[in-house]
Design a protein around this ligand. Structure first.
Ligand code: CP3
Length: 380
């Protein structure tokens, strides 16, 4: 059996274990292995006291340049919550910041840009990403994390639309008026910007996978601001370009957004193996929207965690029922962990998902057809 990049090994490399052998990778491929896997978006972060102790103050953009710190923060939630996947501690604006666009991440606010993108003249401020030169610390951190992890590591990037929205708005926005205005007024500049950002994201994801990430997630957190026809016309082509540019890596590709209920079908069409669903759309409906052959990830309301264990447990069970069986479901929140969440409740949710779904039976990826159980006999 090939060595897996996420087991303890001194040889970091792309991890491509047989999907049958890992709950998270099996679910991403539409199958099931042993239990429904669970991880939490923003699992590394402010809800963990051990994160706050290590992190200190200063921009997250300085923190991500310290591979030892990044590896440790990436591992913390795996120890604390017993989750089935880790996600690299980084941020979606790391590549654009690294090529010198002038982005910072202000604590409590999010990404801010000193001179926002306003027209074709700003395209030259985004040169192609050279991971070895611009972000060597990312591959170092991935290799360090993978060496010590017992579960797959998820690499990630921001989707072209969501990163563009930060560059154009200059600060977090409610209505995305500047972003959409550029999109409507100047489609040529818009398309050039989105293609550039798609290529930067693909380059970043490739470097993360080459260093040992076993899956990738593309965050299009704010795509829900768009109508389906605008998404199809102005965003889907660039997102499709991004997914196509990492298809040959052979790792599962997850595509996530918030408020994207009406866009789920197109988010699958972009080329995803897994579509992330927020808490607004029940998973049985989400499955119909993404169509056959695509797994779903989600979708416990992060506020249910804040409400305490009883509420979180009842709602987690509801999510499992709505997933309609064990195949092709990665349990997650509908968006990131809220800072005021009690780590004990998150650990409780992870344990509950495992207990409720634990089974020696497996199903083969994609087809969902009966495979063999641990005794080697066909399961019903
Ligand atoms: O645990 C993980 O999920 C991995 C780490 C991670 C961070 N950012 C660390 C971070 C991931 C996957 C991201 C992605 C990211 N960054 C997204 C997509 C995910 C989503 O929530 O929709 C977005 C939109 C951003 C942009 C961004 N960066 C925001 C909105 C903020 C929050 C600002 C705040 O302080 O409330 C950040 C900063 C940030 N990124 C923090 C962390 C842990 C918090 C500040 C810090 O500790 O420095």
């Amino acid at each position: 059996m090939a060595a897996t990049g996420h087991s303890v090994t001194s040889m970091p490399g792309p991890s491509a274990p047989p999907e049958g052998g890992d709950p998270f990778l099996a679910a991403c491929r539409g199958g099931f292995w042993r239990r429904t896997p669970v991880w939490f978006m923003r699992q590394a972060g402010r809800s963990l006291p051990e994160y706050r102790a290590l992190r200190g103050s200063g921009s997250i953009l300085s923190a991500v340049r310290q591979p030892d710190l990044v590896a440790e923060v990436t591992l913390q939630p795996v120890r604390r919550y017993g989750v089935d996947a880790a996600i690299l501690f980084s941020d979606i604006v790391v590549p654009v910041a690294a090529v010198g666009f002038g982005v910072d991440v202000r604590p409590g606010v999010g990404p801010v840009v000193e001179h926002p993108f306003s027209g074709p003249g700003d395209l030259s401020r985004l040169r192609p990403l050279e991971p070895g030169e611009d972000t060597p610390y990312v591959a170092e951190a991935v290799a360090l994390a993978v060496r010590d992890l017992s579960v797959p590591l998820i690499g990630f990037a921001g989707a072209p639309f969501t990163v563009a929205s930060y560059l154009i708005e200059g600060a977090p926005s409610r209505d995305y008026a500047r972003t959409k205005s550029l999109m409507y007024r100047d489609p040529a500049t818009w398309n050039a910007l989105l293609e550039t950002l798609a290529d930067m994201a693909a380059t970043s994801l490739r470097a993360q996978v080459e260093a040992g990430a076993a899956a990738v997630q593309v965050f299009d957190s704010w795509a829900g601001a768009l109508s389906p026809s605008d998404y199809r016309r102005h965003v889907l082509p660039a997102s499709r370009r991004l997914f196509a540019a990492v298809a040959d890596l052979g790792v599962p590709r997850i595509h996530f957004g918030v408020g994207t209920g009406e866009l789920l079908g197109m988010m699958a069409e972009a080329g995803a193996d897994v579509v992330g669903v927020d808490w607004r759309v029940p998973l049985d409906q989400a499955r119909r929207r993404v169509g056959p052959g695509v797994a779903v990830q989600g979708n416990l309301d992060p506020a249910a965690v804040v409400a305490g264990m009883d509420v979180a447990a009842a709602r987690a069970r509801q999510v499992l029922r709505s997933a309609g069986g064990r195949d092709g479901h990665v349990f997650n929140l509908g968006h990131g962990v809220l800072p005021q969440s009690d780590p004990g409740v998150l650990a409780g949710v992870a344990a509950l998902v495992h207990e409720e779904t634990e089974s020696p039976r497996t199903r083969s990826p994609r087809t969902g057809s009966p495979a063999t159980d641990s005794m080697g006999t066909a399961s019903p």
